[in-house]
Design a protein. Sequence first.
Length: 132
Amino acid sequence: MSKEIIHTNNAPQAIGTYSQAVKIHHTVYLSGQIPLVPATMTMIDGDITAQITQVFENLQAVAHAAGGNLNDIVKLNVFLTDLAHFPMVNEIMGRYFHEPYPARAAIGVRALPKDASVEMDGIMVLPTQEYA
């Protein structure tokens, strides 16, 4: 099995014992992203809209580093400390994805790292030349 560790300075550095993403063949497993600003490694200022947008920006940076983009994500997991924010996730997600949308789960959690209100991870499948 060929395993490649994906790393970019355009997304937050790992704050624990994990990689930003791991690529096995054409599948990329993206670690959870919270609304950290990569340059400062601090939480983005602003409301939930700013936090959700930063998470998508972070996921996008890791996807690009792996050779893909957000529309290559086939499964997206969304973790929210307040499920009342889910409509905002849908609205902002529409700016980053186009149909067909990935499979998705939204999970309400009590707490997230660094007191974030949102975290997302995903699985991405890169197109192969025969299908591209």
